[in-house]
Design a protein around this ligand. Structure first.
Ligand code: ASP
Ligand code: MG
Length: 410
């Protein structure tokens, strides 16, 4: 018997039939003796529908009113799920974020949770009721409804699990776990039994879209064991947890993440003098453009090349800014490319193993893939390559690191 927080995403509650199926699942857990707090998303497509309604009226909806609107999607599903549970003889009670009291700051559309009152939930659990909470929403100190950003129900679930010191936070979704890489690209991609918080944060920020990143950061911070499972098939899913004490048990590389969302800009032949990096990047950040990778060459003839990547949506604007900077710093040339892709290998085992980068570069060179940029952290190595070789690169790396084999064979 455990205290579990279970979150069901939009697809899992996408129709009345699916809500009934979730109720069957919850009933079975209840009958097994578990205490349950259920968090639900809006029915799939509903949040997008609400967004387009708002945009029919105004292109940039008033943030406060936008949150009042967006939070309604989840209010529908908590009520329907409770009805389905009560129909099955399972006592249940629904709560909006404000009713629980999930208190957030007042940053509408991307509010952060500040505190959670567990009184109502505890009383219901004590009385044998299943608690059903609307994901993605909270209330600020002044009583305004807020929302937590797209995908925010994951964060609601983790935050409730942390507040209640739940035994596990289970995220039920339309995939049966976290994979070594995207199975649509590599057909031998394998579901991981376990992955660390740190690795999952890297995988999520590098383009693997299973969980909202903020929810994983939150789970890591409060050490909430987090499990990703399928709503539609039985299975153990993937457990996201702390690093194993035994370092030798850690796979060197756990997964391969990639994205096509970036673009590369180079300002060539800039004078190699103090303050140049600042003069290049300050106008970029003043234009509210986020920079990801940065590479600066050693200089030849007191001039150097400076390359960085930005999100592809910011490409045009970044290029405009950079062209002005080029005049300002008397650079020789601006070059740019938005047909690039970033591929990264991720694994906490890298900390204790040498030769990981060599193996990566060898696998890419054997396929004749040119590496344009490299960046590393303790637990990942990323390369920028030509977009057209992305899938080939991911497949080559997946087999070079033998990710198709079960974990204990690494
Ligand atoms: N319904 C919200 C969204 O679609 C929150 C969530 O599903 O996690 O982003
Ligand atoms: Mg989601």
């Amino acid at each position: 018997m455990a205290l579990l927080v279970q979150k069901f995403g939009g697809t899992s509650v996408g129709t009345v039939d699916r809500i009934e199926a979730v109720a069957d699942k919850v009933k079975a857990f209840r009958e097994a003796g578990h205490d349950l707090v259920i968090v639900v998303s809006a029915m799939s497509g509903e949040t997008n529908r609400l967004i387009s309604l708002a945009k029919e009226i105004m292109e940039e909806p008033t943030p406060r009113e936008f949150d009042v609107l967006l939070s309604t999607g989840e209010q529908v599903t908590i009520a329907l799920l409770c009805m389905a549970l009560i129909k099955r003889g399972v006592e249940a009670r629904s709560y909006t974020g404000a009713q629980v009291r999930i208190v957030t700051d007042s940053v509408f559309n991307k509010a952060r949770i500040q505190s959670i009152d567990d009184c109502n939930m505890r009383a219901d659990l004590q009385a044998g009721r299943v608690v059903v909470v609307a994901g993605f929403q909270g209330v600020d100190e002044q009583g305004n409804i807020t929302t937590l950003g797209r995908g925010g129900s994951d964060t609601t679930a983790v935050a409730l699990a942390a507040a209640l010191k739940a035994d596990e936070c289970q995220i039920y979704t339309d995939v049966d776990g976290v994979y070594t890489t995207d199975p649509r690209v590599v057909d031998t991609a394998r579901r991981l039994d376990k992955i660390t918080f740190e690795e999952m944060i890297e995988m999520a920020s590098l383009g693997s879209k299973v969980l909202q990143i903020r929810s994983v950061e939150f789970a890591g911070k409060y050490n909430v064991p987090l499990r990703v499972l399928s709503s539609f098939q039985e299975g153990p899913g993937t457990l996201i947890t702390l690093e194993d004490e035994n370092v030798m048990e850690q796979p060197v590389v756990s997964g391969i993440a990639f994205n096509r969302d970036e673009a590369k800009l180079t300002i060539a032949g800039v004078p190699d003098t103090p303050g140049v990096a600042l003069r290049i990047l300050q106008p970029i950040s003043e234009a509210n453009i986020e920079v990801d990778m940065i590479v600066q060459n050693v200089s030849a003839d007191n001039r150097t090349d400076f390359t960085f990547t930005v999100h592809r949506n910011d490409y045009r604007r970044a290029l405009d800014v950079l062209q002005n900077v080029a005049k300002d710093v008397a650079a020789l040339e601006v070059k740019s490319d938005n047909k690039i892709a970033k591929v990264s290998i991720v694994g906490v085992g890298m900390r204790s193993h040498a030769g990981v980068a060599t193996k990566m570069f060898k696998a890419l060179s054997q396929e004749g893939i040119n590496i344009q940029m490299i960046s590393t952290s303790e637990i990942k190595i990323s390369v920028v390559i030509d977009e057209k070789y992305l899938e080939l690169a991911v497949r080559a790396l997946h087999s070079a690191f033998e990710l198709h084999k079960p974990e204990d064979n690494h």
